[in-house]
Design a protein around this ligand. Sequence first.
Ligand SMILES: O=C(O)CCC(=O)C(=O)O
Ligand SMILES: [Fe+2]
Length: 257
Amino acid sequence: MLTTTVDGLTAADITDVINAKSYGIHIKGFADADTVQLAKERLSRHELRGTFSEQQEFNRLGKAYIEINDEQSRQAYHAQAVSNIRKIRDTFRPLASPIDELRLLLDEVWPKGARLLDVNGEKCFVGIARFQGSGVDLTPHTDNLERNAPSDHQPRLLTQLSTNIYLEIPEDGGELEIWGIEPDEAQYERLRGSRAYGIERDLLPPPDFVIKPEPGDLIVLNPRLIHAVRPSATSTRVTLGVFIGYFGEDQPMAYRS
Ligand SMILES: O=C(O)CCC(=O)C(=O)O
Ligand SMILES: [Fe+2]
């Protein structure tokens, strides 16, 4: 995994993750201590906090694209997208939201810039906060927008990246694990078996790369590679998560949560 800084990040670094030439990009201290402290004070009792519809053991703030499973949830997701973006922004005032800083960084670094994803002209949400409670295992999985998008969705992405900004990390556990395994959708379905989400750890060899981020760090990973988060026995792990759609070298990237 490449360790770099906001000033050092290049488009080539991002392309290396897209092509799975590197396990990811690590920017230490992307969010400063004041921002991390503000998040700690305000996020856990935020009005938007609720549980993921598919995984009740996970709390989140804002509605995630993976929660879409029918027309009604699709409309609800898009209807609250922009107001939820503004609520996350307001949560960090008078400081800058790390989500907004990430959006600007991508726009500045990627030659064709970066924008908020729309699906068939409907704006997406970006900036989900995830609370992984003690004892909860984020089992090995891959992420793919197409699983929740309508079959005729436009624009079509070629692949996507996942970015997390780490706000609270347990003393024990909370490591991000990555395998150098990139299953296609059919292989992933077979590995998943009858589970609602993710793959049984026992079906996999030990991970190829493990990192324990610190509060304030940012990591970009390739979510087509199998990845997981180790559980903590003692405390909640809090992150801000953004998926970044890639449409080719000559196209803007487009982000959403
Ligand atoms: O929280 C993390 O470190 C990774 C979460 C994850 O599964 C992802 O970003 O796709
Ligand atoms: Fe993931």
